[in-house]
Design a protein around this ligand. Structure first.
Ligand SMILES: CCC[C@@H](CC(=O)O)C(=O)C(=O)O
Ligand SMILES: [Zn+2]
Length: 323
């Protein structure tokens, strides 16, 4: 008996495959992780000691903590890097940060009405969030996840985010440059993942754009004229429920939604820096090709001293010579 059903999922016309599910102690698990292949992991008890982290409990223990909350005029919370907004740019994001204390966030989502702006709490778990929550934090199954970090030769744990989303909230398709072990505490989230090899179908914004790493394609209303190859995208879908852990390999695109009518969701992610690559092997891995493309964009912008000239120079290099 799954705790969710199909009509809680948003409708997209994208071809979808399934992601494998393995027990935390399955001998096949490590080869998925070391080969940067997504997998849903059951039974790890990674966050089982904090299943009590619901709004009431957190209101009790971190009510006056100021948290990073994103507010959106619609259901999409598309991340942007404010440091990449330049003075001569007209950039009007739909969602924006609106820090508030936890009790205010809890009250706003409890009393939310259709038409109100939506909220998404995305707070780094560190010692500013109060001793009680920090004490719970140490009760994660660190032995297990650190054993995976070691086996996979990932870099250090860079951060944990606690994520509290309203039902129906969407984090649009994007990729991260870190390995991610994503744990669900409350509610169900639907993930649609795409491998780095589908870069050409997902059209991420230019590296210097505030929406760097985010797909330009609006899944709710794809513009097939501007993004024709999106028709060829083939996603890998998985529903992540309480106590499940999803491994999201670095550079894999992912669209994430908190199921409609499922109540608010509470999740924790574990971002690990990429490990250092001992020796480059050929043929290159698809994620390494994304790293190269990012470096070309960065180097050109640096050399030209103007990110807006990068496109023209790439066109000059390519048209009639490589096309
Ligand atoms: C800010 C991080 C949001 C998260 C997706 C989600 O749970 O909405 C994600 O994209 C990730 O963990 O990488
Ligand atoms: Zn992400």
């Amino acid at each position: 008996m799954a705790g969710w059903n199909e009509n809680q999922l948003r409708k997209y016309n994208i071809k979808l495959e399934k992601i494998p599910t393995l027990q935390y102690d399955d001998p096949k698990l490590d080869s998925h992780l070391t080969n940067n292949y997504p997998v849903l992991i059951k039974g790890s008890k990674l966050v089982s000691r904090v299943l009590k982290w619901d709004l009431d409990y957190l209101k009790q223990h971190m009510s006056s903590v100021c948290c990073n909350v994103i507010v959106s005029k619609n259901h999409k919370f598309k991340y942007y890097d404010p440091k990449k907004i330049t003075p001569n740019m007209t950039f009007k994001p739909i969602s924006r940060p609106s820090p508030m204390i936890f009790s205010e966030f809890a009250d706003k989502i409890t009393n939310w009405k259709k038409g109100d702006s939506r909220l998404y709490l995305q707070q780094v778990l560190n010692n500013t969030i109060g001793q009680h929550v920090v004490r719970d934090f140490v009760m994660f199954n660190w032995d297990w996840i650190m054993s995976k970090q070691k086996i996979c030769k990932w870099g250090p744990l860079s951060s944990n985010l606690i994520l509290i989303a309203q039902e129906g909230n969407v984090t649009p398709c994007h990729y991260d440059e870190q390995q991610n072990m994503f744990a669900s505490i409350r509610g169900y989230k639907r993930f649609i993942l795409f491998p780095p090899s589908q870069f050409e179908c997902l059209y991420p914004h230019p590296v210097h754009h505030p929406y760097d790493r985010q797909s330009q394609v609006d899944f709710d209303n794809p513009d097939f004229t501007k993004f024709p190859k999106f028709k060829e995208a083939c996603g890998y879908e998985v529903i992540v429920g309480p106590e499940d852990v999803l491994y999201i390999p670095m550079y894999w695109f992912h669209h994430v939604e908190s199921l409609k009518h499922g109540g608010y969701t509470v999740s924790i992610n574990f971002w690990f820096k990429a490990g250092s690559v001992e020796k480059i092997e050929y043929p290159l891995l698809d994620y390494q090709r994304m790293v190269i493309m990012r470096n070309v964009e960065k180097m050109l912008a640096e050399a030209l001293h103007d990110p807006s000239e990068v496109g023209n120079m790439l066109k000059t290099i390519f048209l009639g010579r490589y096309s």
